[in-house]
Design a protein around this ligand. Structure first.
Ligand code: ATP
Ligand code: MG
Length: 869
């Protein structure tokens, strides 16, 4: 198999074709994707030619529907395809789901034109369901089921069943359907959370305590390194429904060297999807890994399958205990629960035996050349590999030499085991890749048991095989490695998983590489691996980015094989959009200056109700006191008025958000430094001698001076580097103003209420989720009982750093997030102390001695402000 030439969208023939596809209405991404996969591109062109579409332009949705037809309609007659095209063009068949259903119908009923009513029914034509219709239809559907549903536990299969049914419900918008099902289930089975809790408790009661590794720890500790709402964010499903990730093989369909392997595979997996996320525990995960986690875990979750978290710990030198825990925590924080946690090193015994087997099959040899010679034999980077002088050693000799390697008789770099692959292949990965090397370093888990360690090329595919991975998803730099991956599975005649590759996520203006981040941390240029200016996931979490926003970001970018760099603005805009709809709002003043309302008596005090979100009444409202002295932001006052200025200035009237009357500035005081120290104003309350000024042109936020909560620090972050991209000696390019700290800010007292509630909610949700995970863990343990493991827990291995599942790992200060009205989105930093969050529920929240409040700005409210700030 020759290696795939790298696809270049800019090559003239590709660019031309991409442009041609774009003219049909496809997005650049979809058009490029079509050209990259010649099979799909050809099918689409065939459809265009056959049905005379050239020269037409469609709305994107219709263009996508046509592509779907070209991909799925190959078995239809040309007339049938033409018919579907006509129904796409007239707007009656819209979504890819509908196209798929239309194709299925016409495959079974080939007469053209089809029975229009039957076709329309099958393809969901003209069905638009209102929200009000759904509950009734759902109940009807429930009563039509042969097997009655009994509890909340049936919700997943129930939703799946609707998709496969003939009910019109399957054409309802997914989110509406889900909401409606939840409300019907609540009616039938009571509160969902309560039911989950009861289930989890029942499971816990039946679980043996020894196994209760996943049992939640008591209270959330303030030291939890970071975190968010314990509730798993909703998984955006679009990337699994259409495009690259929707086109993978069905379980069992991947080719095997022997038919028995397929039979066994189906037995092992019971037809379920199995994936794995295989990080190397050599650093903290970064935003790129969010994509990998979402693809690996999400793909399985979407298909009702399972995902291993596999620590790829074959390199004894690189691992550190803290990374194991952090990686698990990160996966869970993003809303995923590993089916099982495994280690490549757990398989060292098995891998060693497989290496011996490979030698016995005459497909591996011990090579004692030095690195230079190996490189030269492998073509020295210029192609034309030469066989190594050890390539044809007899099997017995290889076995003996490998034994010597294992026993530590060779020094590092003086011997290695190489696979005897294919020197005639055009793919350098096939030029006798190294399978084992000598390393004398002790391993984190296996201590000094091994003197030889398997390479990635030897380990990865075989661990995938042992774990019955159905879809081995990785990034595109592994495309050339796929040939060797498949070669090794076939050489040993073991189950061969199918590897698929997607593009890495890259961000402009920063870098993600662990090595470079380490340099920043070690040189003290950032505070730690979770410094909010970084793009490690722990940094994003600390900064307050919600996990759901990260998933939304990956989903919006889409998953394809095309490498691209994403602008930071795009990331921030997704986060902003996400927070817009989810974050409550509080009045806060960053740079306060006091207004004294001269016409108001000293004991004046009114309570005003301020909604926590103007568009989401269900978030509730808070009471805020309005009295004679309030703070406003310095930036909302000008000493000299201007015609196009609508906020406060001498003689000018402005509205104070939700306050009973506007205020008009009458005078102001300055200190020697020329700073405004106090603004005098009149409350325009007719009862207090104010005037009827009508509706003010602008409203500003304010904080009542008595009772204002002082914020110790508000941290604003700006890009870490002055240059984009940062240069090689990036240390010198660090922007000294990338962290700006404001120390005078104030916020309304309702902050404490919000803080206490946010943490209580997060704890509740995370305990429930963790208990559920524990329950699933029990299922896993139960199922694995019969499975033989390499080593039992009494394996002499170091388990000190085994990561554990706890509820508190999902609960951190960053769960307290809000919009500081007219300022920005903020989250509480983990260095803060807010004592009332740990007090009993019935104690009113408020300030306590020793409190310290530090806020991180998550994102600005507007992109422009973000650039300026
Ligand atoms: P880095 O060297 O960038 O720190 P890595 O590739 O060494 O990362 P691993 O821990 O080996 O990271 O990766 C675990 C998984 O995450 C792999 O499948 C890898 O392909 C994937 N991954 C790593 N970086 C990215 C990225 N930027 N975008 C998408 N997936 C990524
Ligand atoms: Mg790596």
């Amino acid at each position: 198999m020759a290696p795939k030439a790298k696809f270049d969208p800019a090559a003239p023939e590709n660019a031309e074709l991409i442009a041609r596809f774009e003219r049909f209405g496809l997005t650049t991404n979809s058009a490029t994707e079509l050209v990259r996969t010649p099979k799909s591109g050809t099918a689409f062109r065939a459809l265009v030619d056959e049905t005379g579409l050239e020269g037409k332009t469609f709305p994107t949705g219709q263009a996508n529907a046509l592509v779907k037809l070209s991909a799925t309609g190959s078995k239809l007659s040309p007339d049938a395809r033409k018919y579907v095209v006509s129904r796409i063009e007239d707007g009656s068949v819209v979504s890819p789901d509908q196209v798929a259903a239309a194709v299925k119908y016409l495959e079974a009923n080939p007469a053209i034109p089809p029975d229009a009513a039957a076709f329309d029914k099958a393809a969901g034509v003209g069905i638009s369901l209102t929200l009000e219709q759904l509950p009734g239809m759902i109940k009807e559907y429930i009563s039509s089921l042969a097997k009655p549903i009994a509890s909340w536990a049936d919700q997943g299969p129930f939703m799946g069943g609707i998709k496969g049914s003939t009910s019109d419900l399957k054409w309802a918008p997914a989110a509406d359907l889900k909401n409606a099902v939840e409300s019907v289930f609540t009616e039938l089975f009571g509160d969902k959370a309560a039911a989950a809790k009861a289930r989890a408790e029942a499971a816990k009661a039946s679980a043996k305590p020894a196994k209760a590794k996943a049992a939640p720890k008591a209270a959330a500790s303030a030291t939890a390194s970071s975190s968010t709402a314990g509730a798993a964010p909703d998984l955006p499903t679009r990337i699994f429904e259409e495009g690259f990730l929707s086109e993978f093989h069905k379980v069992g369909e991947n080719p095997q060297i022997k038919p028995e392997l397929k039979v066994q595979h189906l037995k092992d997996t019971k037809g379920q999807v199995y994936t794995r996320f295989p990080p190397e525990p050599n650093g903290y995960l970064h935003i790129g890994h969010v994509k990998a986690i979402m693809v690996d875990f999400g793909y399985a979750k979407f298909h009702g399958g399972r995902t291993y978290l596999r620590y790829d710990d074959t390199n004894p030198e690189a691992e550190e205990g803290r990374f194991f825990q952090s990686i698990l925590e990160t996966v869970r924080w993003l809303g995923f629960e590993p089916w099982k946690i495994t280690y490549s090193s757990d398989n060292f015994d098995k891998l060693y035996l497989l290496a011996v087997e490979l030698i016995k099959r005459g497909k591996a040899y011990v090579c004692t050349c030095d690195a230079e010679k190996i490189k030269e034999d492998r073509g020295g980077g210029h192609g034309n590999p030469k066989p190594c002088e050890h390539r044809d050693r007899p099997v017995e000799e290889n076995l003996a030499e490998f034994e010597c390697m294992k026993n530590g008789e060779y020094a590092e770099k003086t011997a290695c085991l190489r696979m005897k692959q294919d020197l005639t292949s055009g793919n350098p990965y096939m030029w006798d890749a190294i399978a084992y090397r000598v390393k004398k370093a002790p391993h984190h888990r296996t201590g000094d048991k091994w003197k030889i360690y398997p390479t990635y090329d030897f380990t990865h595919c075989l661990c995938d095989s042992m774990e019955h991975i159905t879809h081995s998803l990785c990034t595109t730099e592994f495309i050339p490695a796929r040939e060797s991956y498949e070669w090794l599975c076939d050489a040993l005649e073991v189950y061969k998983p199918r590897q698929y590759e997607f593009a890495r996520l890259n961000l402009q203006g920063t870098f993600l590489s662990k090595r470079k981040v380490r340099r920043l941390v070690e040189s003290g240029l950032v505070k730690d691996w979770d410094d909010p200016r970084l793009y490690t996931i722990i940094a994003l979490r600390r900064r307050g980015i919600p996990p759901g926003a990260l998933l939304a970001f990956v989903s919006e970018l889409g998953v394809t094989t095309l490498l691209s760099e994403t602008q930071l603005q795009k990331f921030e805009s997704t986060v902003r959009k996400f927070l817009e709809d989810t974050a409550p709002r509080l009045m806060m003043v960053l740079k306060p200056v006091k207004i004294v309302l001269e016409n108001v008596p000293a004991d004046y005090s009114v309570t005003v109700k301020v909604p926590l979100h103007p568009k989401i009444p269900s978030m509730g409202e808070v009471d805020t006191t309005f009295s004679r002295e309030v703070y406003i932001d310095r930036d909302d006052f000008r000493e000299v008025d201007a015609p196009d200025y609508f906020r406060l200035a001498p003689g000018k009237t402005v509205g104070l958000f939700k306050a009973p009357f506007p205020v008009t500035c009458t005078s102001f005081n300055k200190n020697d430094a020329g700073e405004v120290t106090e603004i005098r104003a009149r409350l325009e309350d007719p009862a207090l001698g104010g005037q009827n000024t009508g509706k003010p042109k602008a409203y500003i936020q304010w904080v009542n001076a008595p009772g204002a909560v002082k914020i110790d620090e508000v941290r604003y972050f700006k890009p870490l580097f002055k240059s984009d991209p940062p240069p090689a000696d990036f240390e010198a390019d660090v922007n000294p103003d990338s962290l700006e700290v404001f120390t005078g800010a104030v916020i309304e007292p309702a902050f404490y209420q919000l803080a206490k509630k946010s943490i209580a909610d997060a704890r509740k949700e995370s305990h429930e989720r963790t208990a559920r995970a524990a329950q699933e863990c029990e299922v896993a343990n139960e199922e694995n009982k019969g499975e033989k493991k390499d080593e039992t827990p009494k394996d002499g291995k170091n388990h000190a750093d085994d990561p554990i599942v706890t509820a508190d790992q999902l609960v951190g200060m960053e769960n307290i997030r809000f919009q500081g009205m007219r300022l920005a989105y903020f989250a509480v930093d983990r260095e803060s102390t807010i004592k009332c969050i740990d007090e009993p529920a019935d104690v009113a929240p408020g300030p306590r001695d020793g409190d310290k409040i530090i806020l991180n700005r998550i994102v600005s409210l507007k992109e422009d402000a973000g650039k300026k700030a």
